[in-house]
Design a protein around this ligand. Structure first.
Ligand code: PLP
Length: 362
């Protein structure tokens, strides 16, 4: 409705208005079941149909092969920072982390408790504005895996292609670019993503993992963090985040109806291009510090040459129903998150506002 704003938040983030409407229509009584999805037994046939459809639609969207498991888990992507080393290596095993922003750094720090991770490259000294060339990377000879954050939500740095590690498997945190473009799942041993940016509400985390890697968790692994628990029970070992899974299912249906991830990527590229062009063509009034070749299609950080009017920018934008444009507290400035569900009209409105604001402040 007209009351809805353009929400540029990094997550929880905007969802498609028509998907929320559909959920609203079904909230009180789901398709003849006599109850809301949130009241259903997770073992009943109605909910089983919901989770199975969500999984199969996601498999179609990402072309996920049969030898990969799809899991719907709780605890956020943050819990996966621990689950990954616990499941995939022993305490003395070396593993590699490529750190292109604060999320990769957090994942590395958590892994230190459960194995012997090494940062083989960090963008910290350059304020996380780059991704290195893969050629020059010195990987550890016996590394069990190679961890990357496919899109750094805070710094706006996104991998445009993926390396094949010299040793071990490739693992990616795709929390903030999940289902924003096609991905060759077979390049990865494991992909994980919190739902709350591109595909649903907070409360569910999706893990896509090659089945052959499962079943060797460290002895101390809590049962809830052992992937085997969830693979053996189709994500229904305990009570799952059922309403969240239902919402993700509605989003997957919508992405398929849009024509799949190639089409989604086209729209995302168009939105991002519009915004980056506005920044680059502002004669330095706005600036994006990120290396052009790795600028994120999802999270666009930018600063104002006149930092004294940043607060005014955010306030005025909010008055025009464009909210959550303040940058992360660790980097300052502005950040516009333009996930799948941000309409082109939202970015067009932001760009028009930016031009007008610039004209009034130069
Ligand atoms: N990884 C990335 C790239 C993120 O953007 C976030 C959250 O914003 C996380 C991990 C942490 O996710 P969660 O809050 O679901 O634990």
């Amino acid at each position: 409705s007209d009351d809805r704003v353009f929400n540029f938040a990094a997550g929880p983030a905007t969802l498609p208005a028509h998907v929320i409407k559909k959920a609203q229509d079904e909230l009180y009584e789901w398709r003849g079941s006599g109850m809301s999805v949130m009241e259903m037994s997770h073992r009943g046939k109605e909910f089983l149909s919901i989770i199975q459809k969500a999984e199969s639609d996601l498999r179609t969207l990402l072309n996920i092969p049969e030898d990969y498991a799809v899991l719907f888990l709780q605890g956020g992507a943050t819990t996966q920072f621990a689950a990954i080393p616990l499941n995939l290596c022993k305490p003395d095993d070396p593993v590699d982390y490529l750190v292109t922003g604060s999320w990769g750094d957090k994942a590395f720090k958590e892994a230190q408790k459960y194995c012997k991770p090494k940062v083989i490259w960090s963008g910290k000294s350059e304020k996380y504005t780059k991704i290195p060339s893969f050629d020059g990377l010195e990987q550890s000879p016996d590394a069990k895996y190679f961890h990357i954050c496919a899109n750094e939500t805070i710094h706006g740095v996104e991998f445009k292609d993926y390396l094949t590690p010299r040793n071990g498997i490739l693992i990616a945190d795709m929390s903030s670019n999940f289902c924003s473009k096609p991905v060759d799942v077979t390049k990865f041993g494991l992909i994980y993503a919190g739902a709350q940016k591109n595909v649903g509400p907070c409360g569910v985390t999706i893990v896509i993992v090659r089945k052959g890697l499962i079943g060797n968790a460290q002895a101390i692994t809590p049962v809830m963090l052992d992937y085997k628990t969830h693979v053996d029970n189709n994500s229904l070992y305990n009570t799952p985040p059922s309403f969240c899974i239902y919402m993700c299912g509605l989003v997957f249906e919508d992405l398929l109806a849009q024509g799949g991830l190639k089409e989604v990527e086209k729209k995302n590229k168009k939105k991002a291009e519009l915004l980056y062009n506005a920044i680059d063509e502002s004669n330095g009034f706005y600036r994006c510090p990120v290396d052009r070749s790795v600028r994120s299609l999802m999270n666009v950080p930018f600063t104002l040459e006149r930092s004294d009017v940043e607060a005014e920018f955010i306030k005025e934008a909010a008055k025009e129903k464009m909210v959550q444009l303040k940058g992360h507290r660790s980097v300052g400035g502005m950040r516009a998150s333009i996930y799948n569900a941000m309409p082109l009209a939202g970015v067009e409105k932001l760009v028009a506002f930016m031009k007008d604001f610039q004209a009034r402040h130069t």
